[in-house]
Design a protein. Structure first.
Length: 89
């Protein structure tokens, strides 16, 4: 509501020392809570396809990281000989 904007800003600024948004997010939405919820979700829906360690309490997703192109070694030899009959060694 824009009618009390000035008083709301003054109230917010006067209490800046008491706000801790990071600790609030970690407490309510951090890795521990999200990891627990994700593990429960995976167990409920994919237990027939996924086997998780019994002692683990969290499941934390990670991003797939591609290695740099200069680190990939490609073997460009053909898999089959010219007749298509056998694997080349």
């Amino acid at each position: 509501n824009m009618s009390d904007f000035r008083s709301s800003v003054a109230k917010l600024v006067s209490r800046l020392d008491s706000y801790s948004p990071r600790s609030y997010v970690e407490l309510h939405y951090g890795t521990k809570n999200a990891g627990t919820k994700l593990r429960e979700f995976v167990e409920e829906r994919f237990s027939d396809r996924v086997s998780l360690p019994t002692r683990s309490k969290l499941l934390i997703p990670s991003e797939h990281i591609e290695p740099p192109n200069d680190k990939i070694i490609l073997d460009e030899r053909p898999l089959f000989d010219t007749d298509g009959q056998g694997v080349l060694e």
